[in-house]
Design a binder for this molecule. Structure first.
Ligand SMILES: [Zn+2]
Ligand SMILES: [Zn+2]
Length: 145
């Protein structure tokens, strides 16, 4: 099945969501799924965003929750891949999760001393060495979300 046929199939199977072409694969609550045409991993990434939508991943507070959400979404993605007979690469999934973990980790490093900070909330970090509270910088992810 071609990528565009697959997209049409999902659109008819999941009329509750709207699928739109975008700059990266992304689920925007509550019902918009963005996809990138001509991506080499179009099908699994599209199913991944669909997983976020189906699981109702509308918000997250901390990096740990975020990572758990990603893990759940990949689990659901593997189920959907089986359902649609799409080959699901365990390696691809592990790499995606690892790069995600790295990205989240870098976001929590103290910008003065480089130490890993404690997350106080979704917007603030505390560095135990500098004994200072920082507001989190929101760095855009290269990664899909
Ligand atoms: Zn520090
Ligand atoms: Zn995700």
């Amino acid at each position: 099945m071609s990528d565009s046929d697959f997209l049409s199939k999902l659109i008819s199977d999941y009329p509750q969501f709207s699928f739109k072409s975008g700059k990266k694969f992304k689920f925007r609550p509550k019902k918009t799924i963005f996809y990138v045409s001509k991506s080499p991993n179009f099908k699994p990434l599209l199913l991944h965003e669909l997983s976020h939508a189906l699981l109702g991943h509308f918000s997250f507070e901390t990096s740990l929750e975020r990572l758990q959400i990603e893990r759940d979404a990949w689990q659901k993605t593997s189920e959907l891949c089986a359902l649609y007979s799409i080959p699901f690469s365990e390696d691809f999934f592990t790499e995606e999760l690892d790069s995600y973990r790295d990205w989240l980790h870098k976001k929590t490093l103290c910008r003065v001393c480089g130490l890993s900070c404690i997350e106080l909330s979704s917007t603030s970090l505390y560095c135990p060495k500098c004994q200072k509270i920082y507001s989190k910088i929101s760095t855009p992810s290269k990664h899909h979300s």
